[in-house]
Ligand binder design. Structure first.
Ligand SMILES: O=P(O)(O)OC[C@H]1O[C@H](O[C@H]2O[C@H](CO)[C@@H](O)[C@H](O)[C@H]2O)[C@H](O)[C@@H](O)[C@@H]1O
Length: 371
């Protein structure tokens, strides 16, 4: 699975320096999408954010009955077992290995809410994340801007990767193979002393700001829409837009992006994510982070990635294809995924993090006893 389901966008190509200067920018000209294009966009918009009926609760949900939903979920669980009920299996495999933890933010550490500015994590979750980071190197990897996700999480014990991994600050100095080719620079900033900043889409910034302004301007009349600037990518939210206007919002975004062929769309949970066409995603980001942490290869490393969204699939895929860790998808409905295990919602993520801490403490205690 790839998160780049972009029926109307250009294929991803590697980053090339100075690209921004060659990008043609014309005034957006409205174009009429044909029916096929519209239905392609709408299908992607719907399938990336399926209607959800919380399991065990009645809700106004068109389609299958609640019973059928729950049967479908139980069947799906056989293929993607709960990371809680499979905890022993996971920790048996983790024995003697160094765990590296990667956590998505929205829908994983904080519940999905209508207003993206109000996606706060609970204090209980914050404390679970803080504790787990005492025992395992942990990174939050989010589509949000790095500053925004840090503002939400507020913990210094972690590394932060914003804009889907296009903005990372950390001890990235071990990753020689990536340094030269991916715009990684040592920071002169006092705040990030001795750390490196990795921003492979830096040259796109002026263009991204331009697209942001254009999106704001051209969607302001669509009730419920919201454009979020995530620094190296943009989000056009339609969660609160009446479904009859989804085609309209798709049309407007399409019209703008026609004049920016170096920007493309991916689909998240009731959000169109606009990002530069560079060969970089959350999967590549975790490879770089693992390499930086000196944990890129060897049988003694176990990366665990927890995420809920289509963009997290790039990371699940890297782990599955490399046969070197576990992806855990957060979902209360069956979905196609490259993850190995599942958790129903952020509250189960919190239980899983706490269980990891208890397990690690028991390992340490056992090691002390036998020493
Ligand atoms: O990679 P993530 O940390 O999961 O970020 C992905 C997007 O998350 C946010 O949007 C989603 O959560 C919002 C708050 O719960 C919700 O209102 C929205 O419908 C979801 O799509 C964030 O606002 C986006 O910018 C991120 O791209």
């Amino acid at each position: 699975m790839s998160s780049t389901l972009s029926p109307c966008s250009s294929p991803a190509t590697p980053f090339s320096s100075g690209l921004y200067l060659t990008i043609p920018r014309r005034k957006p000209m409205p174009s009429k999408l044909d029916d096929l294009q519209i239905s392609g966009w709408l299908d992607a918009m719907k399938s990336s954010s399926p209607p959800r009926r919380p399991l065990g609760k009645d809700a106004n949900f068109e389609g299958e009955t609640e019973e059928e939903d729950s049967l479908a979920y139980r069947t799906w669980l056989k293929e993607y077992p709960s990371a809680l009920s499979s905890f022993e299996k996971i920790t048996d495999y983790a024995k003697g290995k160094k765990i590296a933890l990667f956590l998505d933010y929205d829908g994983t550490l904080s519940p999905i809410v209508d207003n993206p500015d109000h996606a706060f994590m609970s204090n209980a979750m914050r404390s679970a994340v803080k504790n787990v980071a005492k025992f395992f190197p942990a990174t939050i990897i989010s589509g949000r801007s790095r500053d925004k996700v840090y503002e939400f999480v507020g913990l210094e014990e972690l590394l932060y990767a914003g804009s889907h991994g296009m903005d990372m600050v950390g001890p990235l100095t071990n990753s020689h193979s990536f340094l030269s080719s991916h715009n990684c620079i040592s920071s002169n900033d006092k705040q990030f002393k001795d750390l490196s900043i990795f921003q492979p889409a830096r040259e796109f910034l002026p263009m991204i700001d331009e697209v942001f302004r254009s999106l704001v301007e051209n969607t302001r009349d669509i009730k419920g829409s919201k454009v979020e600037n995530n620094k190296f990518c943009l989000s056009v939210h339609y969660r609160l837009v009446d479904e009859k206007n989804w085609a309209l919002i798709a049309q407007r975004v399409h019209d703008i992006l026609r004049t920016y062929p170096r920007m493309h769309i991916t689909y998240g949970r009731k959000v169109l994510e606009i990002r530069p066409v560079i060969n970089w995603d959350k999967g590549k980001a975790i490879e770089l982070l693992l390499e930086s942490l000196g944990m890129n290869d060897g049988d003694d490393v176990l990366p665990i990635y927890v995420g809920d969204d289509l963009t997290d699939e790039d990371a699940f895929k890297v782990l599955r294809e490399g046969k070197r860790g576990y992806g855990i998808v957060v979902s209360s409905v069956p979905k196609e995924t490259d993850a190995h295990f599942s958790l129903k919602d952020p509250s189960e993520v919190m239980l899983f993090l706490r269980a990891l801490v208890r397990w690690k403490k028991s390992q340490i205690a056992a090691a002390h006893r036998s020493a």
